[in-house]
Structures are given as C-alpha cells and as structure tokens.
Design a binder for this molecule. Structure first.
Ligand SMILES: Cc1cc2nc3c(=O)[nH]c(=O)nc-3n(C[C@H](O)[C@H](O)[C@H](O)COP(=O)(O)O)c2cc1C
Length: 319
C-alpha cells in the first residue's frame, strides 16, 4: 500500500497525493478535473480528437471556484496533431492558467521540429509533460526540455503506441532520463500505485479508473459498459478511427472495449474504409449513443470498476 505517500514531484505541484487523472477526451471535463484536484490529486481537462476552443471553454467553465489562479492546480491535456490543426486551442489552453500542460501523440524528430510547444508551455508558467511509449521517445522528449515524462504502458486505455508493458517501460525510462517519470497503464488499485512509486515513479497517471466517476462526462450507457467490462474484453484497434474517419495517425491505435462491430471489422480496416454504408451506419449509432455498437475506450484495469464512484472515492482507493 502506498499509505498516502508523497513524491517530490507531487509536492512541487502542491498536491497531497501523487495521482494525476489522465486527460481523456470526452471523459475528463472540468467537473472531473475539479473533483480530482479538490481531493488532492491533479485533475486534467482532456481535449482529444474532438477537442475545440468551444469545448475547452465549456470545460474550463465547469471547473468552478477554487481551481486554478491561486486555488488547487489543474492541468490540460492536448494531442499534438490536434493543436497543429487548431493552434488557437493551444493558445486558449495556455491562457487558462493550468499548472501542467501535456501534449502527446506527436513525433519527436531528430531536430525536435515539433517541440516548440515545450518552450511555449514554459513561457506560460506551466510545466510541460508528454506520454512516451518507448525509451527512445522519452529521451527525445527529455532532450527537448519536457519537465516530466509519462511512461505509458501497452495496458493503457485509449490511443497510444501499445508496445511495452508498463513496469518494464517505467524502469527503462527512469534509467534513461533525468526528468521525473510518471507511470501509466492499468493503474487501478493502491497496490498498483505503491508498485510504481516503489519503482521510482514520480506519480501515477490514471485514466480508466476515473472514467466511470459520476463527475466524468461519460454518458450513462458508456459507464455501464465500463462496469461490465474486463481486461479480456479490451482490444487495441483502429476500427473506431476508421469508421468515423478520425484523423489519428496509424501508429496510435486505441485500446477499447470490443463490440460486435469492432469484432466484425478488426483486421479488415481497409475494407471498412471503402465501405461507406457500414461507416454511415456506425456514424448513426455514434450520433444516437448506441453503445451496443459504439465502443468505449478502456485500459486493462477496467475489471476493477464495479460501481459508479466519486473522484474522491477513487483517489481514496488509490492512495
Ligand atoms: C477514455 C479515454 C480517453 C483518452 N483520451 C486521451 C486524450 O484525449 N489525450 C491523451 O493524452 N490521452 C488520452 N487517453 C490516454 C490517457 O492519457 C492514459 O494514457 C491512459 O488512460 C492510461 O491508461 P489507463 O486508462 O489504463 O489508466 C485516454 C484514455 C482513455 C481511457
């Protein structure tokens, strides 16, 4: 058990527990972020593939009193190709006064061509964080001046480069970089948190465990799917992205809870891309919120979710 212990990194951010609620598009809005930050962790607003200035403004408005600007800190998580597409979203995020800004799912070229965001985040007074799936990526991020790196294991929910198991990746990244390293991927219990802290992590970056919280944006039927799901029901696939023509780079498929639609098309993504009828039927199901067809993103720890809890209950169960 971690017994509520604190790391230097968490203390430097003013947290009372080294737990970050991962940015999750469509799940981690202002209400969840505020609830996590009020409970002593770091809450984050996630802007995923559907991120926009309008969506960010709405979620910033939902933070409520006492968060940011002298109150409890919060963070904002963005995807690299999303801010390349919509630079105003990045500007608005910096102007909101987050303590931490994460930009993930970009490329770290040899010349760090896309790393200018790191300096911009620093100039705003926030710390810059990114998720890495390999040691090489983590070293490039550290060389670009990123303040903390999230070692994201293949067990994790949502999009990512699902190559290495969390604990092995964490140990290798800690050995390779001087920056604080957080751990991500199926962190679901206080023993998971204790294990990654014992291994030297500066904190735990936790997604799925918060996804069924009552403060999350998760629609009720998606919540039910999370409560029913287990690790064996998760799959890493591009079917959802192809079906909705979402512009996620191919090297970042997502871990999600399978549905019959996903099973039907997994491995046949090219065929699905050419099947306008199947895609439009899926788009209609997505618009109607039919989660018997539409999958829900989840990591391999999803089986630990058995009831809807508040964010503070989840924090209490992790610390
Ligand atoms: C529903 C969901 C949505 C996600 N959306 C984002 C996102 O918008 N931006 C991001 O950087 N990471 C996103 N992630 C990945 C998380 O940052 C993190 O890597 C992951 O949740 C960790 O694994 P876990 O879910 O098993 O705890 C998402 C994860 C989930 C489950």
């Amino acid at each position: 058990m971690s017994n509520g212990r604190l790391t230097d990194w968490a203390r430097s951010l003013g947290l009372s527990t080294p737990i970050v609620c991962a940015p999750m598009g469509g799940v981690a809005g202002g209400r969840l972020a505020a609830a996590v930050s009020r409970a002593g962790g770091l809450g984050m607003i996630g802007m995923g593939s559907a991120g926009s200035v309008t969506a960010l403004e709405r979620e910033l408005g939902a933070l409520g009193d006492g968060i940011g600007a002298g109150g409890a800190p919060f963070g904002i998580g963005l995807v690299a190709w999303g801010i390349a597409r919509d630079p105003e979203l990045f500007e608005r995020a910096l102007a909101a006064g987050p303590a931490l800004v994460s930009v993930s799912f970009g490329e770290w070229g040899d010349a760090h061509a896309d790393a200018s965001w790191v300096e911009r985040v620093h100039a705003s007074g926030a710390i810059a964080v990114t998720q890495s799936a390999t040691v090489d990526e983590a070293m490039r991020a550290a060389a670009a001046g990123v303040d903390a790196i999230v070692a994201r294991g293949r067990e994790g929910g949502g999009h990512g480069d699902h190559q290495h198991p969390r604990d092995a990746l964490l140990a290798e990244i800690i050995a390779a970089v001087d920056a604080p390293v957080l751990a991500a991927g199926a962190i679901s219990t206080s023993s998971d948190v204790a294990r990654v802290l014992d291994a030297g992590a500066a904190g735990a970056w936790v997604g799925t465990a918060f996804a069924a919280c009552d403060e999350a944006l998760t629609p009720p039927p998606a919540r039910d799917a999370l409560l029913r799901g287990s690790a064996a029901d998760t799959l890493v696939t591009r079917v959802y992205d192809v079906a909705l023509e979402r512009p996620w780079p191919e090297r970042f498929p997502e871990r999600l809870l399978r549905t019959p639609f996903i099973d039907q098309w997994h491995g046949r993504e090219d065929e699905l891309a050419g099947d306008a009828e199947a895609r439009s039927a899926f788009a209609a199901a997505a618009a109607a919120g039919d989660y018997s067809i539409v999958p829900v993103d989840a990591g391999e720890g999803v089986g630990h979710l058995t009831r809807v809890r508040s964010a503070s209950e989840v924090i209490a169960s992790l610390r």
